[in-house]
Design a protein around this ligand. Structure first.
Ligand SMILES: C[S@@+](CC[C@H](N)C(=O)[O-])C[C@H]1O[C@@H](n2cnc3c(N)ncnc32)[C@H](O)[C@@H]1O
Length: 412
């Protein structure tokens, strides 16, 4: 099996995959762009497909890696795809689509490569069963992935359907929601897992539509990531509906009261409403406390120091609001052009004030901030104790860790 994931998150996905499946460590291999998992036989494979889709929080998809073979031309790809027993996985009654990705492929047209694989699949079905499945590019029952590197072609079958960051609860998006898979990776990188460690509180003071706090609340309550959605494997041959019902029941029997408190706040009340509605649909409204308020003014939500996990506002599209926003608006109204605003409004003021507020009130807390802004520690005037590389889609980001200490007061 192959579980693709965001670049540089592979080690987190590998240890999650090992924990979920319980397979020996050597059966899970971290590779560039994903994690490879060896499964002993077909029965184990069918169960792991269901179990991994249900429980993986950080992988993008769960693929069955069918075969790989050296290639040079589109005809090689036709021959390769003709040799695979597609009839074990689906029938001519299902629709399918071939998706193609490549790195350093010598072929001129990837579309033509995908077309040759599609032809091979259709021809194989026609030869064996007298009819062929139709192609549906918008909502296929079965997605087949062709990956081409410089010399080797890989064919795999998608068992997830919609990518796994779609947990099935999001209706209210907000301006720039994080992917749920990335939020889960931030939480894992922060080492926050109340089922394993101490039950410290988690707080996102710029929670937006609630992605981080909802992930955290589901983790705190043992709610499976995929408990509220459907998967492509439900259309595949060999799908065992009874076993699937059992696995889902097992997962929901494992849900419990929150093991640690989770808090979120945002200066935009509209966002807090979104987050509240999302938390309800995600089944964790009881496990996350949401409030409005400016991050520059909000006092710690608990007397026990905890962990702050957030992706703060950045750039001119998602500006800091609240007090810092008002200061910038005032500067703008006295005649700064928009260019000067974006240069002056790079968040420096917001982050300087945020750090001052944290030094006054958040001693003992640990803050983890995901940002594409490599200058963030300078703006906070704090030295990070860790920086974890992490891609947010196409954006190269860092998850910075800051250990917050009280401001040093001058001695007598
Ligand atoms: C990058 S978004 C966070 C997105 C969020 N993680 C999600 O998945 O929806 C930044 C958020 O910071 C909020 N924000 C901006 N200035 C703020 C402030 N001074 N205090 C609190 N929240 C603020 C914005 O309203 C926005 O929701």
């Amino acid at each position: 099996m192959f579980l693709p994931c965001a670049a540089q998150t592979e080690p987190f996905v590998a240890s999650e995959t090992q924990r979920i499946t319980g397979v020996p460590q050597q059966a899970v291999l971290s590779q560039r762009g994903g994690v490879r998992l060896q499964v002993s036989d077909m029965d184990a494979l069918l169960v792991q497909i269901m179990w991994l889709n249900l429980h993986s929080r950080m992988a993008q998809r769960v693929l069955v890696a069918l075969a790989e073979r050296p290639y040079r031309s589109e005809d090689d790809l036709y021959a390769f795809a003709s040799d695979i027993a597609w009839q074990q996985w689906f029938t001519p009654r299902q629709t399918f689509k071939v998706e193609v990705t490549a790195s350093h492929s010598p072929l001129k047209s990837l579309n033509f490569a995908a077309l040759r694989v599609k032809d091979a699949i259709a021809d194989r079905f026609r030869a064996l069963q007298g009819s062929r499945p139709s192609v549906d590019t918008a909502r296929p029952h079965v997605r087949i992935y062709l990956h081409l590197d410089a010399e080797v072609a890989y064919l795999s079958l998608d068992t997830s359907g919609e990518p796994l960051f779609k947990r099935g609860w999001r209706e209210d998006k907000g301006d720039a929601p994080l992917k749920e898979t990335l939020a889960a990776t931030m939480i894992a990188a922060a080492g926050w897992n109340p089922a394993e460690g101490a039950p410290v509180p988690l707080y996102d003071p710029c929670c937006g539509s609630g992605t981080i706090v909802i992930e955290a609340a589901q983790i705190a309550c043992g709610v499976a990531a995929g408990a509220r959605r459907r998967f492509a494997f439900e259309h595949l041959l060999g799908f065992d509906a009874m076993r699937w019902r059992q696995l889902r029941e097992e997962a929901s029997a494992g849900e419990h009261a929150p093991l640690a408190p989770v808090f979120g706040s945002d200066v935009a009340h509209r966002m807090v409403d979104f987050a509240r509605r999302n938390a309800e649909r995600a089944g964790v409204a009881h496990a996350v406390q949401l409030r409005g308020g400016d991050a520059l003014q909000r006092m710690p939500p608990s007397s026990t120091p905890g962990v702050i996990v957030m992706n703060p506002p950045y750039g001119s599209r998602i500006e800091a609001a609240g007090q810092a926003g008002r200061n910038l608006q005032a500067r703008r109204s006295v005649g700064f052009s928009s260019r000067e605003f974006s240069e002056g409004g790079d968040g420096a003021e917001f982050f300087a004030e945020l750090a001052a507020h944290w030094k006054s009130h958040y001693a003992g807390w640990t803050a983890w901030l995901l940002t594409p802004d490599m200058k963030l520690p300078g703006k906070l005037r704090l030295k990070e104790s860790r920086r974890v590389p992490m891609w947010n889609g196409p954006i190269d980001c860092r998850l910075f860790r800051f250990d917050l200490q009280a401001r040093r007061t001058p001695g007598p």
